[in-house]
Design a protein around this ligand. Sequence first.
Ligand code: GLP
Length: 264
Amino acid sequence: MSSVQSNTSSNIPFEVFADAEAASAALARVMCERINANAATGKQTVLGLATGSTPIKLYQNLIRLCKNGAVSFKDVTTFNLDEYLGLAGDHPRSYRRFMDENFFDHIDIDKARTHVPSGLVSKEEAAAQCAEYEEQILRAGGLHMQVLGIGRNGHIGFNEPGSRADSRTRLLELNGITRADAANDFGGLENVPTHAITMGIATILQAKEIFLLAWGKGKSEIIAKALSTAPTSDIPATFLRSHPNVRAYIDEAAASVLQAPVRP
Ligand code: GLP
């Protein structure tokens, strides 16, 4: 069971679920309803997708619904948030590979309609590629739904602290916390890329609907700050507050600080 919260400690509506599985299953159903409603009127759906451990259960639920025949991704186009600079699409830690293995290879989507920024551009070429990515999103008709995780420092995509509300898809330098959090995956901090390409805050905010996901105790401090702090570049996720149709899906562990009783 979930409970919809709209208390004064949060300016972004959020819903608390018993665990990540329950939240992911609920969000998967919402996304399928939207995709099916669009398909019923002959419209495609454009999804903005995220990587990291957070959306894995969401993808598993969507795969299950697709295999059950409850939804088809034949008329779905996707754009991922980000990619590490320097990694080829088949690199084990690339976000392209992550998406293929955790989602695209298991659904009926046309791979040509799945977009992940290329990590194989020079710093000089990056600006042109980023502008083209923005164009591709516009040509597809804009993002209908954007799925987001949150970094421990409040980043969304790879929009690190310091990112501006009007930022667009661009190359940026990764923050120390972000690189440290990725060190295990890369077998040591020295192997973690120093730069990445990410959709900007303004790119994300152009989505019609945004879902922010957070699970586990490790995310409890940052999600509480993200949901209740006035918009600031110090915590990029706070910029979501200005969006008219954003909702956070949180499990009980991640909600523990947000819902802690206020001491007199
Ligand atoms: C990376 C990704 C983000 C993601 C974050 C949190 O930095 N670029 O999109 O939200 O990690 O990852 P996790 O979901 O594993 O906690």
